[in-house]
Design a protein around this ligand. Structure first.
Ligand SMILES: C[S@@+](CC[C@H](N)C(=O)[O-])C[C@H]1O[C@@H](n2cnc3c(N)ncnc32)[C@H](O)[C@@H]1O
Length: 394
């Protein structure tokens, strides 16, 4: 295909608003500080536009263009870069340009995918690149003048994504008392600080947040940062989630990438302490992988890789089902893109105290028994589950 034909193809697709995402990379000049440009469609006051994310060596900048404006820039971009990858709704268009602008093109049909336009609009409401936020500066995610550091950009996106979930959950939290929030397995606590900043500093909630982790040095460091930031109602403690019993009432339980069954312990304590909202991103999951025994699925389970993924998905499905049984409206949602981490399922549960139907109970038992699963969470919540139905106790 000739270059002008490639341009026609792109023009046609872009004008049809079929873009999902794109990457322009491979700068022709080694000295070019601009490494790559990522593109995605967004809505700006309900008008379709393309957002360009310019990824420099150390910083990231954004610019929003109409389709026409972008097409006007295309020639310049082709002179500056060699590699182009456009993911459209049903097709991937990938091409390289030689020094003499000869095209080597590959197009592949893809299963249909739609751009998430509404998310983009929402994201820009939370933390913004270019606007300094003290905790992000202190944690080294931003420079003093608010530019997100290049190597911290994924973290920045993860924090923003997490805050979207927090924002969506606000209406499910009580408003008549000091909010009690726990983060089990808080680690370096980027998200704990983000949570505090958003709910306390931005939204003005009266709250008390505790981050808990096994690692003493990490907790000491987090304590020092909270002190520097003057986050007086944020504390960190060294401890094991299995032993923690300081609280009897919690409003929001957060657990992000807490290893293996630490997630289950956190979920069980959240239920015991009547948490209104649970936000949990599980981590590695080894328990069900060891238990799985289901010969009709051997075509899948004979492959270690598939078995591990299946065990992980089944575990999170079981967790969601158990939370539903004990009175939570539960959803499994995407946390961040797969390209950043495989740990991308977020369990969101809002307390609704609804009694499960007999069919729901039987559906869960049928799935559990099919896999020969003995879920840790069911064990931790055996008292509650037993009150719902004796069939739920193993
Ligand atoms: C993968 S890190 C995640 C840290 C942080 N929540 C995040 O998302 O960036 C998991 C953390 O859980 C902590 N952890 C694991 N098991 C724990 C337990 N039983 N009690 C308390 N913390 C635990 C580890 O020390 C580690 O810091």
């Amino acid at each position: 295909m000739e270059l002008h034909q490639v341009k026609e193809l792109l023009t046609q697709k872009l004008e049809a608003s079929a873009l999902v995402h794109a990457t322009i990379s491979g700068p022709r000049q080694k000295s070019n500080d601009l490494r790559r440009i990522k593109l995605k469609p967004i809505l700006l006051k309900d008008t379709y536009a393309i957002q360009l994310e310019f990824q420099y060596e150390r910083i990231i900048k954004h610019e929003n263009l109409s389709v026409d404006e972008f097409l006007e820039r295309l020639d310049g971009l082709m002179e500056e870069f060699r590699q182009f990858l456009f993911r459209f709704e049903t097709e991937e268009v990938q091409f390289q340009l030689s020094k003499k602008m000869k095209v080597s093109l590959k197009t592949t049909q893809q299963s249909p995918l739609q751009a998430e336009l509404s998310h983009n609009r929402k994201k820009s409401h939370l933390l913004e690149d270019g606007v300094a936020v003290p905790f992000l500066v202190r944690l080294g995610v931003m420079t003093e003048d608010g530019q997100v550091k290049r190597q911290k950009y994924d973290k920045f996106k993860q924090i923003n994504r997490f805050l979207e979930f927090v924002e969506d959950s606000i209406s499910a939290l009580p408003t008549d008392r000091t909010l009690r929030i726990l983060d089990f397995g808080c680690g370096k606590s980027y998200l704990t600080f983000a949570l505090y900043h958003y709910l306390s500093v931005v939204k003005g909630f009266d709250l008390k947040v505790t981050g808990l982790d096994l690692k003493k040095e990490v907790i000491e460091e987090c304590t020092a940062i909270a002190r520097d930031l003057d986050y007086t109602n944020l504390e960190f403690r060294v401890g094991d989630v299995h032993d923690y019993n300081e609280d009897t009432e919690v409003d929001l339980m957060v657990t992000l990438h807490a290893c293996d069954v630490a997630t289950d312990v956190a979920l069980a304590r959240a239920v015991d302490w009547n948490a209104s909202v649970i936000l949990s991103v599980p981590c590695c999951q080894k328990e069900l992988n060891r238990q799985l025994d289901c010969s009709p699925l051997d075509v899948m389970l004979q492959h270690g890789l598939i078995k591990e993924k299946f065990a992980s998905l089944a575990t999170d499905s079981i967790r969601a089902e158990i939370l539903t049984l004990v009175g939570y409206e539960t959803q499994l949602l995407e946390f961040i893109d797969l390209e950043h981490t495989p740990k991308n399922v977020l369990i969101r549960a809002y307390k609704n105290d609804r009694q499960p139907t007999e069919e729901k109970v039987d559906r869960y038992i049928a799935f559990r028994d099919l896999l020969h699963a003995k879920p840790y969470l069911a064990h931790e919540l055996s008292g509650r589950l037993g009150q719902i139905s004796s069939k739920l106790v193993q």
